[in-house]
Design a protein around this ligand. Structure first.
Ligand code: TXA
Ligand code: MG
Length: 317
């Protein structure tokens, strides 16, 4: 269906559509989400059908504030500290499900944990209050594609199966939320994302481990090795460009090259590079590039999440 500008009336209509069990795509500060009423199992099933997901991965439940989150999952002391520091914002906490948690079992893939997030984007917040219920939302792309950072990306991937696509402009962060398992006293990162690991460690006053999961049994079940997938072959940490390659550059010191080039951030800013990453991967596909040389990107701050997504995108199919 059509993309519509996220006016107050459009958001009200989207809230009604969600209550009636339809799917609504909406902007968050990380990426666009494909939303459904989290308490409606049939609506949640529609998400898996629309995305063409090969299996039922657990989804993130979006709520307007920390108290709403605490009604769905049990916030530990560490979880409360993280919520206070980073909500609303690009952080998802995996929590032990409350006994009376109203979220449909399909949304949590039958686990006894629930992943919750309080988004900061004003359109996401307005939609939550219009819907008057938690909204479950994976990234609004077809399974295996890169996450959408504009309404046009959503339309290209999922157009036919979504009742309303709310257009709130480009997603400002451009990379998915950081997922932290906060069920225990020592939180563990399950997915790098919009909140850098260093910031989480600073708030907790301790080092934060990353659980990569065992092969075939990822800790964060949606984290298949190859997930963020352009058709082009990516060569990472490239310091030169070979014949036939397109250059995906970062920073101002670009290797000698006369062919096609995209620069994630000419000024070498990791925040800007994160915001441009997924649109750049889509643009590479659209350009018909078959081989891409990707310059090294520093690993600190948002660089950890950028490198993680590039590593997955570079895995052979
Ligand atoms: O930024 C984001 O997080 C976006 C926006 C729309 O909020 N959403 C998103 O959702 O990226 P999705 O479905 O593409 O990724 C959700 C991640 C997956 O890696 C999934 O395995 C993990 O969260 N997850 C969800 N519930 C979980 C649970 N109970 N335990 C462990 N991991 C969980
Ligand atoms: Mg996704």
């Amino acid at each position: 269906m059509a993309v519509i500008e996220a006016t107050r009336e459009a958001i009200e209509a989207a809230g009604r559509a969600l209550r009636e069990g339809a799917l609504v795509a909406f902007p968050t500060e990380t990426v666009y989400g494909l939303g459904a009423d989290a308490t409606n199992g049939r609506a949640v099933a529609g998400i898996f059908a629309a995305k063409g997901r090969p299996r039922f991965n657990p989804l993130i439940v979006h709520v307007p504030d920390t108290e709403s989150a605490a009604r769905l999952g049990r916030l530990t002391a560490a979880g409360r500290r993280l919520a206070a520091a980073f909500w609303p914002g690009p952080l998802t906490l995996v929590l032990a499900k409350q006994p009376d948690c109203p979220v449909a079992d399909l949304a949590t893939a039958g686990l006894d944990t629930v992943a919750v997030r309080v988004p900061a984007h004003p359109v996401a917040q307005a939609l939550l209050s219009a819907a008057e219920r938690p909204i479950v939302a994976p990234s609004a792309n077809r399974s295996g594609h890169v996450s959408p950072t504009t309404a046009a990306h959503v339309e290209a991937d999922l157009g036919a199966s979504v009742a309303i696509i709310l257009d709130g402009g480009p997603a400002p962060i451009g990379i998915e939320s950081t997922v932290v398992d906060a069920t225990g006293e020592a939180p563990v990162m399950l997915r790098s994302g919009g909140v850098p690991r260093e910031d989480i460690a600073r708030v907790l006053g301790q080092r934060v481990g990353v659980s990569e999961g065992e092969p075939g049994k990822p800790a964060s079940p949606g984290m298949l090795a190859r997930h963020y997938a352009p058709a082009a072959r990516l060569r990472l940490d490239a310091r030169d460009v070979r014949p036939g390659e397109t250059l995906l550059a970062f920073g101002s010191r670009v290797p000698e090259h006369s062919g096609p080039m995209l620069n994630l951030s000419p000024s070498g800013d990791l925040v800007e590079a994160a915001a441009n990453l997924f649109a750049a991967l889509r643009a590479l596909d659209q350009s018909g590039a078959t081989a891409v040389a990707v310059m090294p990107i520093p690993r600190e701050g948002l660089g950890e999440a950028i490198n993680d997504r590039l590593r997955r995108a570079a895995k052979p199919a």
